[in-house]
Design a protein around this ligand. Structure first.
Ligand SMILES: Nc1ncnc2c1ncn2[C@@H]1O[C@H](COP(=O)(O)OP(=O)(O)OP(=O)(O)O)[C@@H](O)[C@H]1O
Ligand SMILES: [Zn+2]
Length: 581
């Protein structure tokens, strides 16, 4: 899997609890305080550490027997090349940017590995599956560009608060504190773009004889008063719209405030940029309050003053940054004053910051749901069987895989259109003889030879179960670790239920029994959410009837995705690995 952030944490946990045994995880980030509210594998003490490594440690605490390989690295790093990706059955993305997503998409196409792609914003989320040659890839369709607004809506006819925020941030803030040479539509009005631009250009430059208080009020009166008057003079614009109201400082500030606004010297002795705050200087503490027009106006003037007095060196180079408190205060209050003018409801600093920073607050539950959907898709990817096709007989395959692992009772095995094996009451003698002969043949010498690259379809009509198995030829097997002389992967194994204390490493051998006696009546949850008693799950690989019935039921739930196949294992005693990242 790629990404150990919001989706990634949920995903890793759900994979581990669903029986995935061998997980690789790439994430280039370290843990930040702001991650802790939803990236629940991380704690305060982990701040600054690698997400991938800490996520691994956290999950191993409750699933000590599985293998998790962390990489604290950028997925675009050349070490993660096509060959690296080829080792996985499926790749799962929990990323937050297009760039990395595109990169992983391309590598997965090159390596011919299925990709499950995901994303969330707020309460919305989606999961898509990309399989080379079968589905569209991540880049087959262009992604919609981030939302933009027509210039005239921003400069002249805002109707939503977000229009006011864009105006405050991209026009006013940029004009006052940003690069003086950049284009700025601030002075473009419906009709007088040419005539007034020379006059208005100067307005934003502080005059030599002007103190900072006067300058602030002049800017205020110009953008919230004069500019609105100019706009109003174009009657056409307002025929079918509510006319805005010009606002001048004299209308909103009483005499005392007009003369002296905040008391910077007392409240704002700090020169620390991040804690410099106009609202604090004016005694306003709660960012969730909706301030009155007067309060907004006072904070606006105070923020402008603080920029000029305390951060003068930065003026001309500033760009809006949602983590810059003073900039957020300036933009919030400017947007609110403009909103007042246009009859748009005012917003709190907290809300305005979210809009200005394009922040959609992440919702942990959305990530959890999306992670669940990713795992469901991951479970559906085809199986891979490594086997020596020159030595293994069809009988070995039927006994050790089809019956023992997949739990089929009346199997039917096909290679393309060719039937290799079948069991049933209505077979004639010739067919039975034929299939019996096939059983004794090595795979590569069957009438329709099974070799590396072959895909077999195995079905059990009684169970209504069908799965595809990709065959990979392999010469050698480790007698101890792979006593079957073959290795099936991509097949889900039900999670183990033992706790950390009496856990045994059953990744290596099928002979180590689980503590079934103690755990017999404990309910375990399968990856599809069905609860079953552990005693219903056989440990020797042939599931009980009750379990077969359940498998069947689950498969019907999941199997509407035509040729992707789900096999949900109930077999605790086996030795199968699911590799993905
Ligand atoms: N090129 C990349 N290589 C590896 N990991 C990446 C890459 N791009 C993004 N990521 C990881 O994807 C994860 C995305 O997680 P998420 O969307 O929750 O964002 P976040 O950075 O954790 O939180 P937020 O953006 O809200 O502060 C991050 O952990 C990030 O490190
Ligand atoms: Zn494509």
């Amino acid at each position: 899997m790629v990404g150990a952030g919001g989706i990634g944490c949920e995903l890793l946990k759900t994979l581990a609890l669903s029986g995935f045994q061998d997980i690789h995880i790439i994430d280039m980030d370290t843990i930040e305080v702001s991650n802790l509210n939803r990236q629940f594998l991380f704690r305060q003490s982990h701040v600054g550490l690698s997400k991938a490594r800490v996520a691994r440690e956290a999950v191993l605490k409750f699933r000590p027997q599985i293998s998790i390989t962390p990489y604290h690295a950028n997925v675009k790093d050349p070490t993660f090349n096509v060959d690296f990706f080829k080792q996985f059955n499926v790749v799962l993305n929990g990323l937050d940017n297009l760039d990395a997503r595109r990169h992983v998409n391309r590598i997965c196409l090159a390596a011919d590995v299925p990709l499950v792609e995901s994303g969330t914003t707020g309460f919305l989320g989606q999961v898509t599956v990309h399989v080379k040659g079968k589905t569209e890839c991540y880049e087959c369709h262009p992604k919609p560009a981030p939302k933009t607004y027509p210039v005239c809506t921003i400069t002249s006819t805002p109707s939503k608060f977000v229009h006011c925020i864009v105006w405050a941030k991209d026009l006013l803030f940029a004009k006052l504190f940003g690069d003086k040479n950049q284009e700025n539509d601030l002075n473009v009005h419906s009709n007088d773009a040419g005539s007034s631009s020379n006059h208005t250009e100067d307005v934003f430059i502080r005059r030599n004889d002007e103190d900072i208080e006067q300058y602030g009020r002049r800017v205020y009166d110009h953008v919230f008063g004069y500019n609105i008057e100019v706009a109003l003079s174009n009657e056409e614009t307002w025929k079918n719209r509510n006319r805005p109201k010009p606002i001048y400082t004299r209308d909103v500030l009483d005499n005392e405030h007009t003369r002296q606004n905040g008391n910077m010297e007392k409240n704002c002795a700090t020169n620390d940029q991040s804690s410099m705050s106009a609202m604090a200087a004016l005694g306003m503490k709660n960012p969730q309050d909706i301030w009155s027009l007067m309060e907004n106006s006072r904070i606006f003037l105070e923020a402008l003053k603080l920029f000029f007095l305390k951060r003068e060196k930065e003026i001309g180079n500033l760009t809006f940054d949602k983590d810059d408190q003073l900039a957020v205060e300036f933009v919030t209050t400017a947007a609110n004053i403009r909103a007042s003018s246009f009859g748009i409801p005012l917003h709190s600093l907290f809300e305005a910051k979210g809009i200005a920073g394009n922040i959609v607050h992440a919702v942990a539950t959305t990530n959890a749901i999306i992670a669940g959907l990713i795992v469901i898709e991951a479970i559906k990817t085809p199986l891979l069987l490594e086997i020596n096709t020159h030595q293994a007989k069809l009988r070995d395959f039927v006994d050790k895989i089809v019956k023992a692992k997949l739990g089929m009772t009346l199997p039917l095995i096909m290679h393309g259109a060719a039937l290799l094996y079948e069991v049933g009451d209505d077979l004639d003698e010739d067919m039975i003889a034929n299939y019996t002969a096939n059983l004794e043949k090595v795979l590569s010498e069957l009438p329709s030879p099974v070799t590396g690259g072959t895909m077999l379809t195995v079905e059990d009509l009684q169970q209504e179960l069908s799965c595809n198995i990709n065959i990979k030829h392999r010469e050698e097997f480790d007698e101890e670790k792979e006593p079957d002389g073959m290795l099936l992967s991509g097949w889900m194994q039900a999670p183990c239920v033992e706790d950390a204390n009496n856990s045994n490493d059953n990744a290596g051998s099928t002979s180590k029994a689980l503590p079934l006696e103690v755990e017999k009546n404990k309910e375990i949850e399968t990856s599809s959410g069905h609860k079953r008693r552990l005693s219903e799950v056989s440990k020797n690989g042939s599931p009980s009837n009750a379990e077969e019935a359940r498998n069947h039921e689950k498969l019907q739930v999941l199997d509407d995705d035509d040729d992707l196949v789900i096999v949900e294992g109930g077999d605790l005693g086996t030795n199968k690995k699911k590799r993905e990242r």
